[in-house]
Design a protein around this ligand. Structure first.
Ligand SMILES: Nc1nc2c(ncn2[C@@H]2O[C@H](COP(=O)(O)OP(=O)(O)OP(=O)(O)O)[C@@H](O)[C@H]2O)c(=O)[nH]1
Ligand SMILES: [Mg+2]
Length: 451
């Protein structure tokens, strides 16, 4: 890596106490010394802090502290200099500009972390966790990212790969040194239990990754129902905010209104929709179509019914759909006289009132229960959570399944090595032992600047 890169690493939108400009690469110290009043940094030892001024020729730009980290003990494993300046937008940008004028290149988003990966300080799964950490909105999200970052999640994968290597090594010995056959004979029977255990562990990782995805992406909940049953009122009560317009006129909500809450460390995103009914009103019609689409795209549907009214034919159809999809039914307005018929459904029915705040906790709890999420506070959140990682784990499982089938069908043991190797490689891709540069570019592009 020849170039020396620079970027503002702190959030430079508003006014803050300090900003940090990070410089990394072989010329980092040299370039900074050209604009820094204290030239001790040229010779100072690693992990030291230096006081001085940033200057443009003789003009003082800012009073700063400069952190010096020499290769390889730095975030990127290259020489890294971090300039801690005062938090003003203009000054920070001026310092960055001076660095660029003096030979640094503007870093691309995620380029520091990309260098950390390419230089071997962190693996790909750890790098992806860095970006998850930055984006975390709930404590569970940051705890899960931390498991990734500190290598706990990678350990799961590495342990499995080691088992596979063990198996491959034994098979190779059989092929290359048949004279050892008596001692180390790998037979159909001897590899079956190992294969079965690898399969179980992989399956477990994939099942558990569902939790990871829920923690990472949250749950999307569509609130649907006939006009005027109280969907928007329910949304507002759930969000504890007057987000959607509520009136007693049917067909108030025309467009999608959504909002999120952090409930027991899971991000719940509620989507309020237009009341579903036959209508000639063109705007409302579009709204109704959108409602149906939201219902398909959401993770779960909450059908809202009105306790104070008899069911319509349209509602009966919706009840059937939601019952089949194992959604939730919320009978609203229980503060009013009951006129609704008994429901004959297997899915969970909750009774409440959105304006009286009744049944709301029960509704939220039932949503979590549907996804089998209980208490995350004491759990070890070591899960795969991104689609790239999970699809590779699934591919590896497929290969191992093939091996098990072939083994059962008496395919010679040495022929099985190909599929085992494929599974081993796919797991390797999760942690970035194998990668294509296009993939790596794609991953790091999504990072923010200066990371
Ligand atoms: N008594 C009572 N009234 C409620 C309750 N929830 C909502 N309402 C009233 O029902 C009326 C309709 O409420 P909305 O929340 O606008 O209903 P909606 O389902 O969003 O209606 P559309 O947007 O037209 O589809 C309003 O006058 C609310 O105040 C409740 O629990 N009890
Ligand atoms: Mg509404």
């Amino acid at each position: 890596m020849e170039s020396t890169i620079a970027a503002i690493s702190t959030n430079n939108v508003g006014i803050g106490a300090i900003n940090i400009i990070r410089v990394s690469g072989p010329e980092a110290i040299n370039i900074v010394s050209k604009i820094f009043s204290n030239n001790k940094i040229l010779t100072a030892s690693t992990h030291t802090i230096h006081y001085g001024y940033i200057k443009e020729k003789e003009k003082i730009i800012d009073e700063v502290l400069v952190n010096l980290m020499r290769a390889p003990k730095s975030y990127t494993m290259e020489d890294v200099v971090e300039i801690n300046c005062h938090g003003g937008f203009t000054t920070t940008n001026k310092i960055l500009e001076l660095l660029l004028v003096n030979g640094a290149e503007l870093a691309e988003p995620g380029e520091f972390t990309k260098r950390a990966f390419l230089n071997g300080r962190i693996n790909l799964l750890e790098a992806e966790s860095v970006s998850d950490m930055l984006e975390a909105k709930t404590e569970a999200q940051s705890n899960m990212a931390l498991s990734g970052l500190t290598g706990k999640t990678s350990m799961l994968i590495k342990a499995l790969r080691e088992k596979m290597v063990g198996l491959l090594a034994n098979i190779e010995v059989n092929i290359d040194y048949p004279e050892y056959l008596d001692e180390l004979q790998v037979t159909k029977e001897s590899i079956t239990p190992v294969l079965e255990s690898i399969k179980r562990e992989l399956e477990n990782i994939i099942i558990e990754s569902k939790n990871g995805q829920i923690i990472k992406n949250g749950i999307k909940i569509a609130i649907i129902g006939r006009p005027n049953v109280g969907k928007s009122s329910l949304l507002n009560t759930l969000l504890e905010e007057e987000k959607a317009i509520v009136t007693d006129i049917s067909g108030t909500t025309r467009d999608i209104v959504e909002g999120s809450i952090n409930y027991k460390s899971i991000l719940l995103t509620f989507i309020d929709t237009a009341g579903i009914r036959e209508t000639d009103d063109i705007v409302e019609k579009i709204g109704v179509e959108k409602s149906k689409k939201v219902m398909q795209e959401a993770d779960i549907t909450v059908l809202v019914l009105n306790n104070n009214e008899s069911l319509t034919e349209e509602e009966k159809t919706l009840i059937n759909i939601v019952d089949k999809q194992e959604g939730l039914i919320f009978i609203n307005k229980i503060d009013l006289q009951k006129k609704i018929e008994e429901l004959n459904v297997t899915t969970k029915v909750i009774k409440g009132s959105s304006i009286k705040n009744q049944g709301i906790e029960e509704l939220k709890n039932n949503i979590l229960e549907k996804f089998q999420i209980k208490d995350l506070s004491n759990k070890d959140l070591t899960y795969l959570s991104n689609t790239r990682q999970i699809s590779l784990a699934k591919k590896a499982l497929q290969s191992i399944d093939n091996v098990i089938q072939e083994n059962k069908a008496n395919v010679p043991v040495d022929m099985l090595a190909i599929d085992i190797k494929m599974a081993w490689e796919d797991l390797g891709k999760i942690i970035g032992e194998y990668y294509e540069s296009e993939l790596v570019d794609n991953i790091f592009e999504r990072f923010c600047l200066g990371k």
